[in-house]
Design a protein around this ligand. Structure first.
Ligand code: NAD
Length: 396
């Protein structure tokens, strides 16, 4: 059986991916330090859906499927030798790396949160790369990056899958071309760490010939996958709060409880999206199509649609009758932007995407309305502010 490590396998993307891969016959080991559950405690929020403990999740999966998933509580950013020893003991073929602090608003709350996000995300990624080199094993690393590294301003061109060909003139007037990473423009400390991840990959690929696939994912929406639906103990998390709730899931929750859909600024920001079921399929496709020997870092845009935020709000408002409310944008970003994304790599590998238009209402009914009684309305607005008209608080 092909062995896979899922780092961050207790999280929103990691848990359904672990189940999907286990169902497909991979031997899955989850490594997670449960920091995301601790952040819920810190913020005083909880997933809208009643998520079971990781131990209960794994036990339920074994009962239902007869398949075993192992779990290790390891902090990838801090416990290097423990992590390396586990790699040497288990010899995984692939490592999927989801184990980072992933909320832009959380990363902007205070200097404490900025420093935590940088320490955690950069050390986690560097430790994974170092450990693969130290192990001497031929391991394919699949990392979850984000479309957000590009800052969304693309002057009308489609964002390519990672690389851009640039043409320059030498001093003697000869035209030469070169391929570079598509330029980044991070809009938060979280996104900044993801841009740094890209350079770490470029470096370790060049220097140590590591096989790496970096998936530039859009905003993930939805909750269920085929596997998480099988039993309530397998249910995925659904974040709707101002820090971790991504825009679409926040709108779905608001629609379910009749709370106005809060659009930041004019809602003219265009974002890229993907359903969680498609996200797990893309990960499987990436695992099955690793880079060849000496190939550069493979970069895929893991997004299936782009929409303006106000268009999404209008769509949900029309479906549900809930009104829209424009509020001040807490982010430091352009009020309006275009975003076009090249995504032919996954389509060519056979992805058949779930569209927002088809899946949205189902999500409102099956998840958001079902668990309305667990919603704390006070936690919905985003209270993290980007700019220093609010000075960041020094918390030590
Ligand atoms: P999540 O917070 O739900 O899951 C991340 C998991 O990693 C958590 O279970 C957490 O406990 C664990 N973790 C964090 N730091 C760790 C460490 N040092 N050691 C061990 N475990 C650690 O986040 P998610 O939504 O599942 O996102 C996963 C990845 O996908 C992130 O890297 C994120 O940047 C990327 N991504 C997510 C989205 C989205 O919409 N959710 C969009 C684009 C990219």
């Amino acid at each position: 059986m092909r062995k896979i490590f899922v780092l961050g396998g207790d999280g929103f993307c990691g848990w359904p991916s672990a189940l999907h891969l286990s169902n497909k016959g991979f031997d899955v080991t989850i490594i997670d330090n449960l920091s995301r559950r601790n952040i819920d405690n810190e913020l005083g929020v909880m997933s809208l859906t009643p998520i079971a403990t990781i131990q209960e999740r794994i036990k339920a999966w074994e009962e239902i499927s007869g398949k075993k998933i192992e779990f290790y509580n390891i902090d990838i950013a801090k416990e290097y030798t423990v992590f390396l020893d586990l790699i040497l003991k288990k010899t995984p073929e692939t490592i999927i790396h989801f184990a980072e602090q992933r909320a832009a608003p959380y990363s902007m709350k205070s200097s404490k949160h900025k420093r935590y996000t940088v320490d955690n995300n950069l050390n986690a990624t560097n430790n994974v790369l170092c450990a693969i080199v130290d192990s001497g094993l031929d391991i394919h690393l699949v990392h979850l990056g984000t479309m957000g590294v590009y800052g969304y301003g693309t002057a009308g061109m489609k964002i390519p899958e990672g690389y851009l060909e640039v043409f320059m003139k030498t001093e003697d007037g000869k035209e030469v071309s070169s391929e570079i990473l598509y330029p980044v423009n991070p809009g938060s400390i979280y996104h900044m760490t993801k841009t740094q991840d890209q350079l770490l990959f470029l470096y370790y690929n060049k220097n140590d010939k590591l096989k790496i696939t970096d998936l530039h994912q859009g905003i993930v929406w939805g909750t269920h996958t085929a596997e998480t639906k099988l039993d309530e103990r397998l249910i995925n998390r659904f974040d709707y709060d101002g820090d971790y709730g991504t825009v679409l899931n926040r709108f779905l929750m608001q629609a379910a409880i009749g709370y106005p859909l809060t659009v930041h600024g004019t809602g003219g920001q265009t974002r890229a999206f993907i359903h969680i079921q498609d996200s797990v399929k893309c990960i499987e496709l990436a695992i099955k199509n690793p880079p060849k020997e000496n190939e550069k870092v493979k970069i895929f845009n893991q997004a299936t649609e782009t929409h303006r935020v106000r268009d999404l709000a209008n769509l949900i408002s029309e479906m549900t009758g809930v009104e829209i409310q424009n509020v001040k944008n807490p982010r430091n970003e352009d009020a309006e932007n275009e975003l076009r994304v090249e995504n032919k790599n996954f389509l060519e590998l056979g992805l058949n995407p779930i569209t927002l238009e088809k899946g949205l209402l189902k999500e409102v009914k099956e998840v958001a309305q079902k668990y309305t009684h667990r919603c704390n309305k006070e936690m919905i607005p985003c209270k993290s502010l980007w700019t220093s008209d609010t000075k960041t608080k020094v918390l030590i």
